[in-house]
Design a protein around this ligand. Structure first.
Ligand code: ATP
Ligand code: MG
Length: 576
């Protein structure tokens, strides 16, 4: 694969890699063995279109699509759009784009709102069977009547309304006769159930709100618990995976299906992904967008799929990460460093290497001919021989990183310093002879000599060795680019933990973005296309921001390389 042209939708069906088993796969295997669903595996991914997808959703997507693929099954994409006030078409479009980008293809594309008529019909059926009733209690009263974990609830005074009255009131709720919140339709189950979800849960509420698909047709809307299982059943979903917070809803999920005698979809719960230094909640991410604490849903610091895509993460890396974290029955927290590990691993395999200097220091090679330019051979990707090589221009005046020079080198610092010889990658050995300083005493120019016998960076005939190889660009040929360096969006491992009276935004990292306005880059990348990914040698992985002006690339740092020197320096300085 050429990383400059990443496949937008790499198909990932039928991977040959062996997969470790997990409890969900075991359930499916069991069901196949007992022929529970006539050998079928049908899953769905059911996002609520009230925000952009994040890396937590990627875990669910990989499970829903991955497990179905593995057993030759099918996966639907279903928008769980039962809540009209928070849902928008923008979100629907972004969700489809993100699922495709992750490399998955849905079979059916559905909306829970497609089922409003059927769900309503079933509600009437449950009323007729004496299994549902219209309640006039207010939301507050319903809460009070519900009881607690230790105390049973109380029956509503409206619980034993005759069927005809319920049918009449429900019809009038639907006809728009009553204001929001004045009545609800409830399932008649058991107000003393130890499971609070079974204490006559609300099935329908009145909401005079326009829906993004059904417009003003409805002013009563089904609750998640009533809509979800029946939608699954309508699509003949065999294994309906969701996160653990729905575990206590499972009896209700199954109750509706049983009462209606419809296709027996089954709900299976797994652990929600939590990542350190990250918040995975559409509501909170929306707050950051609305408060302009990030540049948008696709800010490269956001854990949204569109954010990490813009940051340079690859779909392969995300899928590999999701495969490696697996699933379990207890919620925990995964190190952000683990996600970054998978990103690095994938980019290491595929990203082309180039040379860029973020904080330039001028180097003049005094014994190199004034107007000479040599084209040096540079390897594009040592991990992928087929990626070949390119020519990088070398001349008398170069830029190196300020960090790669110290006038007074500390112990164990082997890079350039007065009298020291180092290798310029793919070019020559150079030795520092003198420096030029400004009036503040800062080194602004370094003078060197080069050894022509080391062309290509090779060891000279005398076998002389150097301890360090540094990167460079030719000053006359370099292009000027903006580079954006990102750090964690939050300073706390668990950004949800805050001091009294403060919210999660108090944990935002004020230094999560550093803009380097005038980095110098080798000319081969002048026309690098948006989204293309590279390794800047010794610095990290970077990708071209889609907002770059033509011919003026802006690079986002996807992830740094592991910096061995920073560790040594930290140790020496005694910093934690
Ligand atoms: P959020 O709180 O971010 O809005 P949600 O659970 O309300 O998340 P949905 O749109 O309802 O978001 O989620 C669609 C599917 O993705 C559900 O099956 C849900 O369980 C799953 N999902 C959401 N967040 C995570 C997560 N962090 N880890 C794993 N699965 C998740
Ligand atoms: Mg939700």
């Amino acid at each position: 694969m050429n990383p400059a042209n990443p496949p937008a939708e790499a198909a990932v069906n039928a991977s040959a890699e062996p997969r470790p088993s997990n409890f969900i796969r075991d359930i499916i295997l069991d069901d196949l063995k007992t022929n529970k669903y006539a050998g079928r595996v049908q899953t769905r991914f059911p996002p609520e279109p009230n925000g952009y997808l994040h890396i937590g959703h990627a875990k669910a997507i990989c499970l829903d699509f991955g497990l179905a693929d593995e057993f030759g099954g099918k996966t639907n994409l279903r928008f769980d759009d039962t809540n009209p006030s928070k849902e928008e078409t923008e979100y629907v479009d972004s969700i489809m784009e993100d699922v495709k980008w992750l490399g998955f293809h849905w079979d059916g594309l559905f909306y829970a709102s497609d089922y409003f008529d059927q769900l309503h019909e079933w509600a009437v059926q449950l009323i007729k069977a004496g299994k549902a009733y219209v309640d006039d209690l207010s939301a507050d009263e319903i809460r009070k009547y519900r009881g607690t974990l230790t105390e049973p609830g109380k029956n509503s005074p409206y619980r034993d309304r005759p069927v005809d009255e319920n049918l009449d009131l429900f019809a009038r709720m639907k006809a728009g006769e009553f204001p929001d919140g004045s009545r609800v339709l409830r399932a008649k189950i058991d107000m003393a159930s130890p499971n609070l979800n079974m204490r006559d849960p609300v099935m329908y509420r009145i909401l005079h709100a326009s829906h993004h698909r059904t417009g003003d047709k409805w002013c009563i809307y089904p609750m998640y618990d009533y809509a979800h299982g029946q939608s699954d059943s309508l699509e003949k979903i065999t294994h309906s995976m969701c996160t653990l917070e729905f575990e206590d809803h499972r009896p209700l999920y199954s109750w509706f299906i049983q009462q209606l005698g419809i296709f027996p979809s089954q709900q299976i719960e797994f652990d929600r992904l939590n990542l350190t230094y990250t918040l995975l909640s559409k509501r909170k991410l929306l707050q950051l967008v609305q408060n302009k604490q990030v540049s948008g849903w696709d800010d490269p610091r956001m854990p949204t799929i569109c954010g990490i895509r813009r940051r340079g993460y690859t779909p392969e890396a995300i899928r590999n990460f999701c495969g490696a974290i697996g699933v379990s029955k207890t919620n925990g927290s995964i190190e952000l460093a683990m996600l970054e590990h998978f990103v690095r691993e994938d980019l290491n395999r595929h990203a082309l290497r180039v040379m860029a200097v973020l904080r330039p220091l001028k180097v003049v090679i005094d014994n190199y001919p004034e107007n000479q330019v040599e084209e040096m051979d540079a390897v594009n990707n040592p991990e992928e021989p087929a990626a070949g090589s390119r020519k990088v221009p070398f001349s008398r005046v170069l830029y190196i990183e300020q960090d790669d020079f110290r006038e007074e080198p500390p112990p164990k610092y082997f890079r350039l310093s007065p009298g020291r010889e180092v290798r310029l990658r793919y070019a020559y050995f150079i030795t520092c002879t003198s420096v030029v300083k400004n009036e503040k005493g800062e080194v602004v120019e370094v003078h060197c000599t080069y050894d022509p016998a080391t062309r290509g960076g090779n060891t000279p005939p005398d076998g002389r060795k150097v301890k360090s190889t540094i990167h460079w660009v030719s000053a006359a040929h370099a292009i000027d680019v903006e580079v954006r360096l990102y750090d964690n969006l939050f300073t706390k491992e668990d950004p949800g933990q805050t001091e009294e009276g403060k919210d999660f935004t108090s944990n935002l990292n004020p230094n999560s973005l550093e803009v380097v306005s005038h980095a110098k880059l080798e000319p081969s990348l002048a026309a690098a296309p948006a989204g293309s990914r590279y390794q800047f040698e010794r610095l990290g992985y970077f990708c071209v921001d889609p907002g770059s002006a033509p011919g003026k690339p802006v690079f986002n740092r996807t992830v740094a390389l592991k910096d061995a020197w920073a560790r040594v320096e930290k140790k020496q300085s005694g910093k934690p």
